[in-house]
Design a protein around this ligand. Structure first.
Ligand SMILES: C[S@@+](CC[C@H](N)C(=O)[O-])C[C@H]1O[C@@H](n2cnc3c(N)ncnc32)[C@H](O)[C@@H]1O
Length: 278
């Protein structure tokens, strides 16, 4: 390691305080690599200059770049397919899901990264919508990172990205080749129409987003400490409609973190239902 440990300690603490992501000391080599990359990208003389700028606390651009670089944005279309099978058959396919005469679904892809999770949901919701007139939906996609949100908003994916999770049929039906770049696939406009994109830090206030029938908040809490997990989950609870659902990553659980959700096993997926208040 070339950067002094005190500098890495400071940067790790700043990242944890801002977005909750924790760097254990054994991963400082990774942190250092990212700090070096950010300092080069920002045209700084050396990584020490980036540290000084972060310590002074006046360079918002430097802070955003470091927080952005600290995030893991791994995602793919229909990641953990059982979660999407459950969404399509047990929720959208269940006439009682929305209650009497309601035909409007609101879904939030919280920490949605580059948008594959949200567009997978959009493909299912679009099919559901086409089955009956008057059906409608809205998908909110949020992430802390503006960089990944931009890609989500643009709906543009490489060959590699579209071939992670999409069948050829889905690709043809839902995407078109970018006229300016034959190696890029762009989501068709009809799938993007009901989507909104916003930068949201899950550790900060997100009031004003309204309430949702289903929140997908997958593979992000895994990086947070228990206190943050509990805080975020209790606020997610308040953002879910009575009877609505929270969906976590395949390796995540609410056990020990919240008691006000009922566990529902839907096929091979686990969904957490907010018990309806009477
Ligand atoms: C591993 S990706 C998960 C993407 C998608 N949910 C999935 O499961 O495929 C984690 C995402 O969480 C975002 N993230 C990390 N900390 C966050 C925070 N405090 N608030 C909002 N987003 C955060 C990262 O920018 C990253 O895009």
């Amino acid at each position: 390691m070339t950067l002094p440990k005190e500098m890495l300690n400071f940067i790790a603490a700043l990242i944890e305080k801002s977005v909750g992501i924790q760097y254990a000391e054994e991963n400082y080599y990774q942190l250092e690599k990212r700090v070096v990359e950010v300092s080069v990208a920002l045209g700084m003389q050396n990584p020490e200059a980036l540290f000084h700028s972060l310590r002074e606390g006046r360079d918002q651009k430097a802070l955003s770049a470091v927080l952005d670089a600290a995030t893991n944005n791994e995602t793919s279309f229909f990641r953990d397919i059982s979660m999407f099978d459950a969404f399509a058959s047990d929720l959208l396919g269940n006439p009682d899901f929305l209650g009497n005469k309601q035909d409007y679904v609101r879904v939030w892809s919280a920490a949605g990264s580059t948008g594959q999770e949200a567009y997978s949901l959009a493909m299912l919701l679009r099919q559901w919508q086409l089955q009956k007139p008057n059906r409608n939906y809205e998908i909110l996609v949020t992430d802390y990172s503006e960089r990944v949100l931009k890609q989500a908003r643009d709906g543009r994916y490489s060959e590699l990205e579209v071939h992670r999770g999409l069948t050829d049929e889905q690709l043809k039906k839902c995407f078109e080749k970018d006229p300016g770049d034959a190696k890029v696939w762009t989501i068709r406009p009809e799938l993007k129409r009901q989507m909104n994109f916003r930068q949201v830090n899950l550790l900060e206030d997100w009031s004003g987003l309204g309430s949702f029938h289903v929140i997908f908040c997958r593979n992000v809490l895994i990086y947070q400490n228990v206190e943050n997990k509990k805080k975020v989950i209790s606020r997610l609870y308040n953002s879910i409609q009575p009877g609505g659902y929270l969906v976590l990553g395949a390796a995540e659980t609410l056990i020990g973190l919240a008691e006000n959700f009922e566990i529902r096993r839907l096929g091979r997926a686990v969904y957490y239902q907010k018990v309806a208040k009477i």
